[in-house]
Design a protein. Structure first.
Length: 440
């Protein structure tokens, strides 16, 4: 839509942490009549309500809190669905909207529709490594002197940002986002899939649906576009005329500032994506050199402090068993696992945590937290230390650690239930280790 003035819009999901704030503000600014509806009561949404207070007071945004009403989804022009709503195809309110002929879209779909030039878009997905690979691509582009914008699942909303026509756009996309974008036949010129492993099965229902949502990134590319596929997904189908670049497990960029064989592989994928996006205008050696200055992302296997000879790593972004195992593998390149104290656990997404739990016998300690703590304890055969909270886990780990050891937060699970997101979890971990005296 090019003219939102007077359009009735229902935003499904305000969110305690502002998930619906950006799109509500954006559409209200274009003259739409915006209703934001959320099943949580106002008391649970105070911060998000405050972020919309000026528009609410001006009568440009209205709220329906503590419930959803079917009429709000059927007597409207457009519904903006929150991608976090699980199994949207079974949601009673979204189904009612579809039966009523109401258009359903998402913030990311609106963002993509507003991009000035698809030929300058690279989109990245995968079960692990997509955030780091995306950040590496953005880092390389900017350090090679190109204008570049970073957004999507990380980097913030693009809706309210002015994107220059000459800028490259780097989009990290989740499987939730891709499920919705498939409806709009989204097609980036360069598509990157890092890998695939079980994840978000609580949202998708089945592994097959999760895989199909990821594969949607490749489904609508044009002849002459490029697909960069990592290990385990190299045989995924691509459209006729799309150039296929397969990055093998053995690929990597040496001498990175951040640890881990998996990051060397992420860098190799980033190199191929940048070369494709720039039509090989820069040599691969120049792209690789820029990546050697990449310092890593917050909450992604980052050294955040050392106390009494114990190095503390924040890998709160680790929300899958596979990513936790990769973190352990990276640490083990320099420190034996017998000197590593791992904190793991969190919200239950339905992933198999046994591979992480079975590492307990090889570690200096496995300290379990959150909803999945008991399952990790059971799978470890009694080799773990049940802690429940992050505070207790940090205290227990420091009580057992000695100089030369590593304290690693790599939860293998989502943060929900104890923390609103992985950022808040990582920040709390950093505060806890700082309070113990750890210094950067």
């Amino acid at each position: 839509m090019s003219d939102w003035a007077g359009t009735r819009v229902t935003v499904m999901g305000l969110g305690a942490f502002g998930g619906g704030v950006g799109v509500a503000r954006y559409l209200a600014g274009l003259g739409a009549n915006v209703l934001v509806t959320d099943t949580k009561p106002a008391a649970s949404l105070a911060a998000s309500i405050d972020a919309l207070r000026d528009l609410i007071d001006a009568g440009r945004v209205s709220l329906r809190l503590g419930e959803h009403r079917e009429s709000d989804f059927t007597h409207t022009d457009v519904v903006i669905a929150n991608p976090a709503v699980p199994k949207p195809w079974d949601n009673v309110y979204l189904n009612a909207a579809e039966r009523a002929g109401v258009r359903i879209t998402t913030e990311i779909a609106l963002s993509v529709a507003g991009l000035p030039d698809r030929s300058r878009v690279v989109a990245i997905t995968g079960s692990a490594g997509k955030s780091t690979t995306s950040a590496m691509i953005h880092h390389a582009l900017t350090n090679l002197g190109h204008a570049a914008v970073f957004g999507g699942n990380i980097g913030g909303s693009l809706l309210a940002r002015t994107i220059p026509t000459e800028a490259y756009v780097v989009l990290e996309l989740s499987s939730f986002m891709l499920y919705w974008l498939a409806r709009d036949r989204f097609a980036p010129r360069v598509a990157v899939v890092t890998n695939l492993s079980p994840n978000h099965l609580d949202w998708h229902g089945t592994m097959n649906h999760y895989r199909q949502s990821k594969q949607a990134l490749l489904s609508n590319q044009h002849p002459g576009d490029t697909a960069v596929l990592g290990p385990g997904v190299a045989d995924w189908p691509t459209r006729p005329g799309v150039k296929l670049v397969r990055v093998p497990e053995s690929a990597g960029v040496a001498d990175l500032a951040i640890p881990g064989r998996h990051n060397a592989l992420n860098a190799a994928m980033a190199v191929e994506a940048v070369l494709a996006l720039l039509n090989h205008a820069s040599p691969s050696v120049a792209v690789e050199q820029t990546l050697r200055t990449f310092g890593g992302l917050a909450h992604r296997l980052r050294l955040v402090g050392t106390f009494a000879g114990v190095r503390c790593f924040n890998d709160s972004k680790s929300t899958t068993p596979e990513s936790a195992l990769l973190a352990l593998e990276a640490i083990a390149e320099r420190t034996p696992l017998t000197r590593v104290h791992l904190i793991a656990g969190g919200y239950d997404k339905g992933s198999d945590l046994a591979p992480v739990a079975k590492k307990a016998s090889q570690l200096a300690g496995l300290y379990t937290i959150g909803q999945t703590g008991p399952a990790l304890d059971a799978a470890s055969g009694g080799a773990s230390t049940p802690c429940g909270t992050l505070e207790a886990a940090v205290a227990a780990a420091f009580a057992n650690a000695r100089p030369g050891d590593v304290l690693l937060l790599s939860p293998a699970c989502a943060s929900w239930g104890q923390f609103e997101n992985f950022e808040r979890r990582g920040e709390h971990f950093e505060r806890l280790v700082a309070a113990r005296g750890a210094t950067p």
